[in-house]
Design a protein around this ligand. Structure first.
Ligand SMILES: [Zn+2]
Length: 180
């Protein structure tokens, strides 16, 4: 199999022997790794609390067509809430439900700068090592690296979040948090 780079995250892998499962700006081989990570998470109940962070990191790291703009906006708002404000996955899901459909005046987050980590690092630390703790730490490290790579968009994400949720913060903090 020849190698190719994922157009979203830059991960270079041998081509997959199956098509894409989701219409995203991601190679099929990158999606195979993401599916492996998601399956490991699903098999280990305590890791369910990392699901939303994983979904948001993957979406934000694969911005650009054909990834839907809503997936990128939800991902970036989710990363901001989780990593800057300690909102749990359940709280982020509540926030996404309140966000609804994108408005034409939402900023367009077109560029996906390269982050230091990819979903392959999460697989190596967790699923491929059979380590739940490795998965947990791997998802956090990866999500932080994706959020850091978007640093030029942080101000826009914070402004969008403030505009959408002022007065509704109680929804986020109704459950546990990632951070103290
Ligand atoms: Zn990728």
């Amino acid at each position: 199999m020849p190698d190719s780079a994922c157009p979203g995250c830059g991960l270079v892998l041998p081509d997959a022997d199956r098509p894409q499962t989701e219409r995203l700006n991601a190679s099929a081989a990158c999606q195979v790794v993401h599916d492996r990570v998601a399956a490991f998470e699903a098999d280990h109940l305590p890791l369910a609390r990392f699901r939303q962070l994983r979904v948001d990191a993957y979406g934000a790291q694969h911005a650009g067509p054909p990834t839907p703009a809503i997936r990128v906006a939800y991902g970036l708002v989710g990363l901001h809430l989780a990593l800057d404000r300690g909102v749990s996955g359940t709280g982020v899901r509540s926030a996404h439900a309140l966000m609804g459909r994108p408005d034409p005046d939402w900023p367009r987050f077109a560029a996906a700068p390269r982050a230091e980590a990819t979903v392959l690092d999460v697989a190596a630390a967790g699923a491929d090592a059979g380590s739940g703790l490795g998965h947990a730490e791997g998802v956090l490290r990866w999500a932080v690296s994706v959020w850091r790579a978007w640093s030029t968009a942080h101000a826009e994400v914070v402004t969008l979040t403030g505009r959408l949720f002022t007065g509704q913060e109680r929804f986020w903090y109704s459950t546990d948090r990632y951070l103290p």
